[in-house]
Write a protein that binds this ligand. Structure first.
Ligand code: AMP
Ligand code: ZN
Length: 464
């Protein structure tokens, strides 16, 4: 079955055909690096990684571009409030530049821990100020801009189909406007360039033909995607919250300057939700991140597995119980896989069924069901392993790399080895009380045990 994907622009699932044979240009809006990513953000990147892997599995050469927003994203999408980077700087006392660097590094670490394939290009907004200024100058030449006392704005009234992606009710929005509009002419207008406020010292600002200041948030994606993928490419992705404002504005800019709606397919990952007690907003300063999961002895691949259990176009409600179930399922799969011998034959039947689910708009929950059916089937063990290897090119769970950690020491005393095995069993059952008890027992016998995502690691404590 050929690949079909849901396109938010047309609101339909339709066959995917690349613009250039054999190649796919994929642009994904990346993080705003004023803080760590929360697991909701990460769900969106897992979805995009599965998409990329599905494209590769369908034989495409994917050029994948991800931007890093390190300037210009204000605390309100309506061009009000403070720049998130400057606010982060006030919160921590660190410079905005150093915050951007630190959280970009932390983000890339999360990215790799989730086994997301490295993009072809990572691009930072602050490294592309010249491209953004040039893009805004194009918009100005084409007559789509106007100036207010605080910035240069995009005039959305000039575009008949502005907001089509979101099916925006423009008249309704204008009539019911609640936000302070400043000197904006229309509620949907947005800043292209914001002027540095007189008397306010900003850490991130540049000269431009319109005065000293900084770019609006949306222009970076139009400018950088044009640079790395051209002004008409295959797929543009982001979280569902981007549809109404950010992506509508990216489209408006590129359409005004280059006459295209940027991407042939617009794809959006739906949100991860949490109970009211646990927050999921970076700006609230209290949220669950990958490190929070690790501290509770979950490994990042278990979170990845959890993401695969829900279709990307439905909400996924996070709970510790569901993560626990994902970890248990993953552990089971890993142990089974490890025990299966190599050199089997791929089952064409199972692979065809798995691929059909993946190609049906990335139906990973059903693809996982095919996997578990295979596990229960009477397929010879070696063939099961060879077939699951194929599945894992899309699932990205890293089954081949995973190893249940056996003690590295060859001459480990038998009683220590048994304790370690017993503890491994307790860990796989997530019986932390028992695991802690055995840790203490090992400690009194001169061994320190560390829990690593890949398993237990034993270290001999040097005797004094
Ligand atoms: P940000 O770092 O805030 O710019 O967001 C990075 C990405 O995460 C964007 O694609 C957002 O749409 C997405 N996102 C934000 N919150 C959630 C959530 N709760 N669930 C899934 N994706 C989210
Ligand atoms: Zn973007």
């Amino acid at each position: 079955m050929p690949l079909e994907l849901y396109d938010t622009w047309s609101r339909t699932v339709r066959p995917f055909t690349p613009i250039h044979a054999g190649q796919v240009g994929l642009y994904c809006c990346g993080p705003t690096v004023y803080d760590h990513a929360h697991i909701g953000n990460l769900r969106t990147y897992v979805f995009q990684d599965v998409l990329r892997r599905a494209l590769i599995r369908n034989g495409y050469d994917v050029r994948h571009v991800v931007n890093i927003t390190d300037v210009g994203h204000l605390t309100s999408d309506a061009d009000e409030g403070e720049d998130k980077m400057e606010k982060g700087s006030r919160r921590t006392g660190e410079s905005a530049w150093s915050i951007a660097r630190r959280y970009t590094e932390a983000f890339v670490e999360d990215w790799r821990a989730l086994r997301l394939l490295d993009p072809t290009v990572w691009c930072r907004a602050t490294d592309h100020i010249a491209e953004q200024i040039a893009f805004i100058a194009e918009l100005e030449r084409a007559g789509y801009t106007y100036r207010t006392e605080d910035g240069l704005y995009f005039d959305t009234i000039k575009q008949d189909d502005y907001g089509f992606l979101a099916r925006l009710d423009r008249a309704g929005l204008q009539a019911g406007k609640r936000v302070a509009m400043g000197a904006k002419k229309t509620v949907t207008d947005f800043a292209l360039w914001k002027f540095a406020e007189p008397g306010v010292v900003r850490q991130m600002e540049w000269d431009s033909p319109w005065g000293r200041g900084f770019p609006g948030w949306h222009i970076e994606c139009s400018a950088m995607s044009a640079k790395y993928l051209g002004t008409w490419f295959d797929i543009h992705c982001g979280g569902e919250d981007h549809i109404a404002v950010h992506h509508s504005n990216e489209i408006a800019q590129t359409q005004a300057a280059h006459g295209t709606r940027l991407a042939n397919f617009w794809m959006h990952g739906h949100f991860l939700t949490l109970d009211a007690s646990a927050k999921m907003s970076k700006s609230s300063g209290d949220f669950i991140r990958l490190e929070t999961l690790r501290r509770r002895h979950f490994d990042p691949a278990a979170y990845r597995y959890l993401c695969l259990t829900a279709h990307y176009r439905s909400k996924l409600h996070f709970s510790w119980t569901s993560l626990d179930a994902a970890q248990t399922a993953l552990n089971r799969l890993r142990h089974l896989y490890e025990a299966w011998p190599d050199a089997g034959r791929v089952s064409a039947d199972f692979v065809a069924r798995f691929d059909a689910e993946v190609n049906d708009d990335l139906n990973l929950p059903r693809a996982l069901a095919v996997l578990w059916e295979l596990v229960k089937s009477d397929l010879p063990a070696a063939d099961a392993r060879a077939t699951v290897d194929q599945f894992d090119t899309v699932l990205g769970l890293g089954l081949r790399e995973w190893k249940s950690v056996k003690p590295v020491e060859h001459d480990l005393p038998q009683n220590i080895r048994s304790l370690l095995d017993e503890r491994e069993q307790a860990r796989s059952e997530r019986n932390w009380a028992k695991a802690d008890e055995i840790r203490k027992a090992l400690g009194t016998r001169g061994w320190k045990v560390e829990d690593r995502p890949e398993g237990q690691r034993l270290i001999a404590i040097a005797a004094d």
